[in-house]
Design a protein around this ligand. Sequence first.
Ligand SMILES: NC(=O)c1ccc[n+]([C@@H]2O[C@H](COP(=O)([O-])OP(=O)(O)OC[C@H]3O[C@@H](n4cnc5c(N)ncnc54)[C@H](O)[C@@H]3O)[C@@H](O)[C@H]2O)c1
Length: 257
Amino acid sequence: MIDWSTGDGSHNGRVALVTGAARGIGLGIAAWLIAEGWQVVLTDLDRARGAKAAKVLGDNAWFIGMDVADEGQVKTGVAEVLGQFGRLDALVCNAAIADPHNTTLETLSLAHWNRVLAVNLGGPMLLAKHCAPYLRAHGGAIVNLASTRAAQSEPDTEAYAASKGGLLALTHALAVSLGPEIRVNAVSPGWIDARDPSQRRAEPLTETDHAQHPAGRVGTVEDVAAMVAWLLSRNAGFVTGQEFVVDGGMTKKMIYK
Ligand SMILES: NC(=O)c1ccc[n+]([C@@H]2O[C@H](COP(=O)([O-])OP(=O)(O)OC[C@H]3O[C@@H](n4cnc5c(N)ncnc54)[C@H](O)[C@@H]3O)[C@@H](O)[C@H]2O)c1
C-alpha cells in the first residue's frame, strides 16, 4: 500500500510524540513529520527551548515538558497527549544524554552511569510502557534513536555505548512483545551535524570531516528524519524489530592504518 502523505502541511489526523525535540535531531524529526501532515507533540527536559520550538513549528506542534527518566512525568505527559488529541499513532524516542564521552573508567561515577542508562535506555522503556495501550488502538509504531556507537567505540564512552547497545536489544524485545499491533524499530545515526545554524557557521565542518565518509559528507538531521518518517509510515508495515544505520557508509569502511 502506498502511503501518500498530504505534503501540503495539512493535518493527516495522525499524532506523533517525539522526545528530546527542543533541538537537534528531535527537532528535525518533528519538523519533518509536521511537513508530512502529522500533529506532533514535542517533549523535552528543556521546557523554555521546547515551547519556543513548538511555537516556531506552528499549529500542528504542541509542547509538553518531561524528564523521560521520571515515570511520574512520563505517565502524566502521555495522559496530557491523550486528553488533548484523543489518540496516539507514533512514538519517537530520541531524547538522550547525547554526549558519548564519560571520564576514564577509573573515575567514572556510578551516579553518571546510572543517569545515562536511566535517560537513554530507561526513558524509551517508560515511554513504550505508557504509550503502548494507545498505540495498539491504531496500529501504531515506535522508533528508537540508537547509535552506531552501539557496535563501535572510542575510548571513555562506556555509559553511552552500553545505553545504545541496550536500546537495540530493547527494540527487538518490544517488537516481539507489542506485535502485531505495534511495530518497533531503531535508527542508528552516525555523525550527524545536529548543531544550531549559528554554531555551524561559527565552527564549520572541514573537508576532511566530510570526505572520510563513503557518502562524501557528514549527515544532517533531515537524513535521520526521512528514515524515521518512513519507518512510521504504512509503507514499512512488514518491518519490525530492526536497526537502520544512517551513517553515510562509515561503519562499512575498513580503517586499518
Ligand atoms: N548527533 C549525532 O551525531 C548522533 C549520532 C548518533 C546518535 N544520536 C542520537 O540521536 C538523538 C538526538 O541526538 P542530538 O545530537 O540531536 O542530541 P542533542 O543533545 O542535541 O538533543 C537531545 C535532546 O534531548 C533532551 N534531553 C536530554 N535528557 C532528557 C531527559 N531526561 N528527558 C527529556 N529530554 C531530554 C535535551 O534537552 C535535548 O533537547 C540521541 O538519542 C542521540 O544519542 C545522535
